[in-house]
Design a protein around this ligand. Structure first.
Ligand code: HEM
Length: 445
């Protein structure tokens, strides 16, 4: 594979552009197997036209490595996101490339690693416990919406330093308005979803500006305070305007994805009593007090395997878009500048050459003896890969492990019979029913 000596005779990838203007967008948005069907027909690269642009969909670990690592400079994140993202999420990390991205990622890094993460532990645990107590009283509830509230609260308390309580509901509502605008037609007419989203964005940014000014005077332990104080070795720091948009992005990236993965975790634990049992045994071995410690989190090997398997079979993000800024050839096909590409996380994870019986939920594929994901580079990519690997990975892992450990150690639950467990991808992967739980009860001590 090369990107040099491009020759007019090199063919474009196989596939169809579809209808004028809309291309195959409707199919892409409504058919869960859109990419699978074309992958089976055309192989690891095919062309289509979706979301207003000619697109090459690229599938498999080799394609992932090409995009995320070896030919990284051919692709732009900023040019890969729809216009609605650019307007609603501003010039945040998602929409930056090159040196600008490198500099800002470095400045944001300390808020998600090391001491900052250790400082978040207790608050995460306390918010998660308050939700478990609430559910214990309710007994019957829907997990997806509850987990969304929980992860939003964790993100806004730890990242923005919000007070728990009313303000969170207010912020959460504004945020829902903003998210609803990301996948709509950007019509700025009063009453449309999009104009509501713009209003939500403006009020959130207003709120963030006030909070940043407060943190400048009185820093605390949240990520916003760290961002206000952070400087890199060249003395670069972020302006108030830059911090505002980066903080908004953190809130966006930080809770919808985690909600999806936790919902899938709750689903598989209920569907596989043997796996739940084994996870319980691991917790029993670790549990010498009622309190979970950071040290214990590092030793939850089996839970780690379960979470990897959830990431593989239920990836919250199905793939990633990029704009093509330099033409290239892949597997003998030419992709011109100005197209977009989509790399498929979901289909890579279902490749039977990498994962044995890929449709089976089997956490043991990640045990020390098998380690199926280590045999081929870029085969487990639920958090992306390369230099733009998910910034919140460690934050999300800590949150998910505290949640899972408290749940497994202390509670028993059943799923409501007859609910629609078929999967919906929008806004992030979840069962259509939202995962209805009944008889959520503490385990006898
Ligand atoms: C289960 C939870 C999560 C999943 C599955 C997930 C997944 C991903 C994926 C797949 C990417 C790369 C997308 C691409 O290549 O196009 C990404 C990037 C990113 N994620 Fe996450 N994420 C999660 C949690 C979080 C959290 C908690 C935060 C922040 C608090 C976060 C912040 C980010 C940021 C800022 C980027 C962009 C990094 C960059 O461009 O340098 N994520 N995430």
């Amino acid at each position: 594979m090369s990107s040099q000596n491009l020759d007019q005779n090199i063919p474009l990838p196989p596939g169809k552009f579809g209808l004028p203007l809309i291309g195959e967008t409707i199919n892409f948005l409504t058919d869960q197997d859109f990419a699978l069907k074309r992958y089976q027909k055309y192989g690891s690269i095919f062309k289509t036209n979706i979301l207003g642009k000619p697109t090459a969909v690229m599938i498999g670990s080799e394609a992932n490595k090409f995009i995320l690592q070896s030919h990284f400079d051919h692709f732009s994140w900023a040019k890969g996101w729809p216009a609605t993202f650019q307007e609603l999420l501003g010039k945040s990390l998602f929409l930056q490339d090159g040196e600008e991205h490198k500099k800002n990622r470095k400045l944001l890094m300390p808020s998600f690693h090391g001491q900052a993460l250790i400082n978040y532990f207790e608050t995460m645990e306390s918010i998660i416990k308050s939700y478990l107590n609430k559910w214990e009283k309710q007994q019957n509830f829907t997990w997806f919406s509850e987990l969304k509230q929980m992860t939003f609260e964790i993100a806004s308390v730890l990242l923005l330093g919000s007070e728990r309580g009313d303000k969170i509901d207010y912020l959460s509502n504004l945020f829902t308005d903003l998210s609803n605008g990301l996948f709509t037609i950007p019509l700025k007419i009063p009453g449309t979803k999009y104009s509501k989203a713009i209003r939500g964005r403006d009020l959130l940014l207003q709120h963030l500006e006030q909070e940043i000014i407060k943190r400048k005077e009185n820093p605390s332990n949240d990520a916003l305070s760290l961002l206000v104080q952070t400087q890199d070795e060249d003395g670069n720091s972020l302006s108030i305007n830059e911090i505002k948009v980066q903080a908004l992005l953190m809130l966006f990236a930080g809770h919808e994805t985690t909600t999806s993965m936790l919902t899938s975790l709750c689903l598989v634990l209920a569907q596989h009593p043997d796996i739940l049992d084994q996870a319980k045994k691991e917790q029993e071995k670790l549990q010498n007090t009622d309190i979970i410690t950071l040290e214990q989190i590092k030793n939850m090997t089996y839970l780690d395997q379960v979470l990897k398997e959830v990431e593989r079979l239920y990836p919250p993000v199905a793939g990633g878009f990029r704009g093509v800024v330099k033409p290239f050839t892949f597997n003998g096909y030419y992709v011109p500048q100005g197209w977009q590409i989509l790399y498929s996380i979901q289909l890579t994870h279902q490749n039977s050459e990498i994962f044995t019986n890929p449709k089976t939920f089997d956490p043991q594929r990640f045990n020390k003896e098998r380690e199926e994901h280590r045999k081929t580079e870029y085969s487990l990519v639920g958090f992306g890969g390369g230099s733009r690997f998910c910034l919140g990975y460690a934050f999300a892992q800590m949150e998910m492990k505290i949640f899972a450990a408290l749940l497994i150690r202390n509670y028993h639950w059943n799923l409501e019979q007859g609910q629609d467990l078929s999967l919906n991808r929008i806004p992030t992967l979840h069962p259509n029913s939202g995962l209805k739980v009944k008889e959520f009860q503490p385990l006898p001590k």
